[in-house]
Design a binder for this molecule. Structure first.
Ligand SMILES: [Zn+2]
Length: 322
């Protein structure tokens, strides 16, 4: 039956149909993660050797019992957690699968409170889980710059809404963020220290390919960026109530900001400044993988968590409550 399903190419929905069981049963969770991390070859994360064997632990703890492997090459003992954001966590893997699922498939994201309620782990564990999952989802642009028509804009998160013209003065309570969005493509967001030409243009130079066309509103900070881009720089003047001028508009990036804000205010209520970049990364990940089917997006996030253990440890002290 399972083999036949593979033949007719239902691999996509197969991932989704595996998820509920993997969220409920620890052994199924281990198998789910192993299958999507390694396919049929559970190679050693230390040396890459595929000459490995599974061992059965003689202990009562279900978290320790399942999915232990030993490498014949280097002798190391490992599991599917090794070398990923899940390493050094004792939270059952079925809760990891559940949290990955919710974090990648809910439109506005998921709060630690919700994960706590649904899995029964402590709030502290749920926070830890969500921070690491968001860290896994922070996969950036994976080396490929934004191109084509790229809309750039800045927005402020936190504090009371203000008129845009006075926003620059509201920095004590509001955190500026910047987004660059390809039309019909990907987005890149970042938390920025301040709204200045140097910072905004610096970000554009870093992230946007030189052959592109830049579109912004009338903000003077973007002035002269057009000289550096083959497609030039086109603007709409929001102050003069001009929002669309032919194909010149910034509606895509503004729509993206409203998505971010709905998440921040609706789901997370209060995001501290030091964690904002992670929330942005999670929203960005869902947007950039929006064309994937839900199951594929879950797997993409799990895979993005590989190799992130060491980087994480450097910032471990910053991981207290949001
Ligand atoms: Zn090895």
């Amino acid at each position: 039956m399972a083999k036949n399903q593979k033949k007719v190419g239902t691999a996509k929905s197969e991932i989704v149909s595996d998820i509920p069981l993997a969220c409920a049963d620890e052994k199924a969770a281990v198998e789910f993660l192993e299958k999507h991390r390694w396919k049929d070859a559970p190679c050693c994360p230390e040396c890459g050797d595929t000459d490995v064997y599974t061992i059965t632990m003689r202990c009562s703890d279900e978290r320790e019992k399942n999915g232990r492997w030993r490498c014949r090459g280097c002798g190391k003992l490992y599991s599917v957690r090794t070398g990923t954001v899940m390493e050094e966590s004792r939270i059952p893997l079925r809760h990891w699968v559940y949290a990955f699922w919710r974090a990648t498939t809910s439109k506005k994201g998921v709060s630690a409170k919700e994960i706590q309620r649904h899995t029964g782990v402590s709030y502290k564990s749920a926070l830890f889980l969500m921070h690491r999952i968001r860290f896994a989802m922070a996969d950036g642009l994976v080396g490929k710059k934004l191109s084509g028509v790229v809309e750039c804009d800045e927005a402020f998160i936190g504090g009371k809404p203000r008129h845009k013209a006075t926003e620059n003065r509201g920095l004590k309570t509001k955190q500026p963020i910047m987004a660059m969005v390809e039309r019909n493509g990907r987005v890149h967001t970042r938390v920025i220290a301040n709204v200045t030409g140097k910072i905004l243009k610096g970000a554009i130079r870093e992230v946007v390919d030189k052959a592109s066309t830049i579109m912004t509103d009338e903000n003077w900070c973007y002035k002269a960026i057009g000289k550096e881009y083959d497609g030039g720089h086109k603007t709409v003047n929001h102050k003069k109530h001009q929002y669309v001028n032919g194909d010149i508009y910034t509606n895509t990036v503004e729509g993206y900001f409203s998505l971010v804000k709905r998440g921040v205010y609706g789901i997370w209520h209060n995001v501290s400044r030091k964690h904002l970049h992670r929330y942005l990364a999670a929203t960005e990940f869902r947007y950039n993988h929006r064309h994937l089917e839900d199951g594929e997006r879950v797997v993409a996030a799990i895979k993005a968590g590989e190799g992130k253990r060491l980087v994480y440890r450097k910032s471990a002290n910053m991981e207290d409550a949001a």
